[in-house]
Design a protein. Structure first.
Length: 152
């Protein structure tokens, strides 16, 4: 019985804290700041979205170019296959990995493109204020199946 009362009290306290936080956040609302502040925040949001959109388009273009450079075909054994980080997570590290054949891929050009992609995605995520789940993306081992390099 006493435990049930303690739990009920804990919920009431938690709800009060949430309500107080919402009331605190409501201070200085758009209506109180006036129409100029509201217009300024809309313009700022619009310019951030536009910049984020351009950065996203650049990142998408670089991702397509990197995928085109990474040729998974042409190897005869798994030792010729490589795996590289692809993209950027907001918390850091690659968002995925891509497999390629080191014999048939211009590795220097691919690495340069992947580096540019990482920077572009990082910039886009920062401008668009994108968050991440911060989960670890493990680097897979390369495998060779049916004449193609793949990431495990």
């Amino acid at each position: 019985m006493a435990l049930r009362t303690v739990r009920r009290c804990a919920w009431v306290v938690a709800l009060l804290l949430v309500a107080a936080g919402g009331a605190e956040a409501g201070k200085g609302s758009k209506a109180e700041k006036g129409p100029q502040a509201e217009a300024g925040s809309k313009a700022e949001a619009g310019s951030k979205a536009e910049a984020g959109s351009k950065a996203k388009q650049r990142a998408d273009t670089l991702a397509s170019e990197a995928r085109a450079l990474a040729n998974p075909r042409g190897c005869e054994k798994v030792e010729e296959c490589e795996v590289a980080g692809f993209g950027h997570k907001a918390c850091g590290g690659p968002r995925e990995y891509i497999a390629y054949c080191s014999r048939t891929t211009d590795v220097a050009a691919l690495r340069a493109k992947l580096e540019a992609l990482e920077k572009a995605e990082s910039e886009w995520q920062r401008e668009a204020d994108i968050k991440s789940n911060c989960g670890l993306t493990r680097k897979p081992r390369p495998r060779w199946e049916e004449g193609e390099c793949r990431a495990r």
